[in-house]
Write a protein of this length. Structure first.
Length: 109
């Protein structure tokens, strides 16, 4: 029996799937504003990844979407660019950082 994927479970697993070698010389805050879930952000600094609830006062990039889109993109069911082009995902700030996000995390442990 497969357990249901939730935003909380995804956030919990992010640090364990982090690829430090992909984050050399990268200091960034990825803010996620989810329409129907709690907001959170990812801090990447010194090749370390941490997640925090709420909103960061000065994120490098802000990604806005609903929880279903977030889960579909994270699980690979939908490409982030496809979600962006369909208007399901918006990005504010340094949008080039969005292209790096997929390389920073392994799909499976």
């Amino acid at each position: 029996m497969r357990s249901e994927i939730t935003v909380a479970k995804v956030i919990e697993k992010l640090p364990s799937r982090f690829e430090p070698d992909a984050a050399k010389d990268l200091t960034v805050i990825y803010q996620f504003l989810l329409e129907d879930e709690s907001d959170f952000y990812i801090k990447i600094d010194n090749q370390e990844c941490s997640t925090f609830p709420g909103e960061h006062p000065d994120p490098s990039i802000t990604l806005l979407m609903d929880a279903d889109t977030f889960i579909q993109v994270v699980t690979g069911q939908q490409d982030g660019m496809s979600a962006f082009l369909k208007g399901q995902l918006r990005a504010e700030g340094n949008v080039m950082l969005a292209t790096k996000l997929g390389k920073l995390f392994r799909k499976k442990n």
